[in-house]
Ligand binder design. Structure first.
Ligand SMILES: NC(=O)C1=CN([C@@H]2O[C@H](COP(=O)(O)OP(=O)(O)OC[C@H]3O[C@@H](n4cnc5c(N)ncnc54)[C@H](O)[C@@H]3O)[C@@H](O)[C@H]2O)[C@@H](O)CC1
Ligand SMILES: [K+]
Length: 504
């Protein structure tokens, strides 16, 4: 799979193993990296008046020296600007020695209109905030709106977290090697990278395979094989039953949105579980979705006794409090082991907030042997209510936080945002990068929760169901575009589901 995402440390290990396995040594890989950058620069900017290649002291700079040499050999006008000298005897020093151009000090960097900047200052080895001459170079490129081609990462962007250290280049395109890094996908890094182009520099799939990578970009390749497809002889309850808890009479719409989304995602039957005082308003708005009165855990127990496959959504519009906690724990199994057919619980919005002062009861129940699978869908505020120590730890990336929260809570986490991270208790994680700003609309999260439950009810494993739902939800929002409201999303899923069904 090429959707593995490597941390800078894993990438350095891949480099070491690739060099040991051959056929390329360190300078060989570096030459190929330089070649990839030079080819892209010429293809994108054939009429550039000049390429300004900015080289740092490490191997990122080494790639820059290689690119500068090849651009110069191709007849392009090239200025070379360097900060710090490469370590003598290292690959970057060899690349610098191979380059016939004399570097000028970065302190004197100047660039006029019509020129292109190739940023090879710092990549995977960025270790402190950009300052001094490097920061000045960023200012010049930004003020003059010069196109920037970043080598591996825009200097200033952390490959681990996507955060900016000091300041960073805004690249038009970033050429990276072998696989993407978290910093290409997590914000603000993703936005600063511009387009990300993957170059093959000779690090083979077998080498990457040895690393047992557990981080992925969330694309259909990750979950398509397990996407539910109804058998020819199926019937509605075999396609899974989703139950969505409704809030009180003035807060019922969110549950209905979730229910409709679960139905579109392929659940065979969907029921809104409504408090008695909201039955009328729910009944007035439901057609194919069924309705059942549930006011207390005794009534809920009868529903949980049903052995047919089912998933539950608790949270959208539900209200915060003890009732939410009681219902959630009952669905998970209340420490008694998994209920007959309960595949999972999607805990969203108020359902998450209800456990703000009681997280341990949720985590212990979710971790009990045989408990139903728990999927939580917090946005940043909700995440910090359940995981305040993780949320406040600036040394952790969003990826780290989601992963640690999943392990702590025994839940699949969908840590929402424009760069949603999905993480499983077993350490797998996926970063989603196809979201569009149109999704930031009221009720959008209710739809997502419903899609997750729709897939869970059909027996899709929780991590894959969460990844598929996030991708479909984002793709539906992106394809609909301006004017999107949450009510549009379930319908916008249809063409995507159709093309998924046709593609296998
Ligand atoms: N053989 C290899 O290891 C390969 C590495 N490649 C390139 O190597 C890069 C990683 O190389 P390195 O590990 O040498 O790391 P970098 O070249 O990214 O940076 C490390 C150097 O920069 C200094 N530094 C870091 N941040 C700084 C800051 N903000 N201000 C001033 N100095 C700073 C460090 O002290 C160190 O000297 C990748 O990004 C990629 O471009 C590619 O050539 C492919 C092959
Ligand atoms: K760079």
């Amino acid at each position: 799979m090429s959707n593995e995402v490597l941390s800078p440390a894993e990438m350095a290990e891949a480099d070491r193993r690739a060099i040991a396995a051959g056929p390329f040594d360190g300078i060989g890989l570096m030459r190929r990296a330089g070649q990839a950058v030079a080819s892209l620069a010429l293809a994108r900017h054939p009429a550039a008046e000049r390429f300004h290649v900015l080289c740092g002291p490490g191997n990122n700079g080494g790639d820059g020296y290689g690119a500068a040499r090849l651009l110069h050999e191709s007849g392009a006008a090239v200025s070379l600007w360097a900060v710090g000298a490469p370590r003598p005897g290292g690959d970057a020093a060899l690349a610098a020695a191979e380059c016939p151009l004399t570097p000028q000090a970065l302190a004197g960097f100047e660039a006029g209109p019509g020129t292109v900047v190739i940023d090879a200052l710092y990549g995977a080895g960025l270790s402190k905030p950009l300052a001094g001459d490097a920061a000045r170079a960023v200012d010049i490129a930004t003020e003059r709106k010069l196109p920037v081609i970043a080598v591996d990462l825009p200097s200033g962007v952390s490959g681990d977290s996507g955060r900016v250290l000091g300041c960073a280049f805004q690249a038009e395109v970033t050429v990276t090697f072998a696989r993407k890094k978290p910093g290409h996908l997590l914000l603000p890094g993703r936005q600063l990278c511009g387009e990300v182009v993957l170059a093959d520099i000779g690090i083979g799939d077998a080498v990457i395979g040895e690393l047992r990578i557990k981080t992925f970009e969330n694309t259909p390749a990750l979950w398509q094989a397990g996407f539910p497809r109804p058998a020819a002889d199926t019937h509605k309850y075999r396609r899974g039953h989703v139950n969505v808890f409704s809030g009180g009479p003035s807060a019922t719409g969110a549950a209905r949105l979730s229910a409709l989304a679960a139905a579109r995602a392929g659940a065979g039957a969907v029921t809104v579980l409504s408090p008695g005082n909201a039955m009328q308003v729910n009944a007035a708005h439901l057609t194919s979705i069924m309705l059942r009165k549930v006011d207390d855990t005794a009534t809920l127990a009868a529903i949980l006794d049903d052995s047919r496959p089912a998933a539950f959504v608790l949270g959208p519009g539900f209200g915060v409090g003890e009732k939410a906690r009681d219902f959630a724990l009952a669905v998970l199994g209340d420490g008694q082991g998994r209920q007959n057919g309960v595949e999972g619980l999607v805990l969203d919005a108020d359902g998450i907030t209800s456990f703000e002062d009681h997280p341990a009861s949720l985590f212990i129940t979710a971790g009990a042997k045989g408990a139903a699978k728990l999927v939580m869908t917090p946005h940043e505020g909700e995440f910090s209510r359940l995981f305040s120590s993780l949320a406040g730890d600036d040394s952790l990336s969003k990826l780290d936080k989601a992963r640690k929260a999943a392990a702590r809570s025994h839940a699949v986490m969908i840590y929402k945002g424009a760069d949603t991270v999905i993480a499983a208790p077993d350490g797998r994680a996926a970063i989603n990068a196809n979201a569009a700003p149109w999704l930031a609309t009221a009720g959008s999260g209710d739809v997502l929760a419903g899609v997750v439950a729709g897939l869970l009810a059909q027996g899709m494993p929780a991590f894959e169901a969460a990844c598929a739902a996030v991708w479909l939800h984002a793709e539906a929002g992106s394809s609909f575009g301006p004017g999107l409201i949450a009510e549009d999303l379930p319908q916008a899923l249809v063409p995507l589901l159709r093309s998924l069904a046709n593609s296998t």
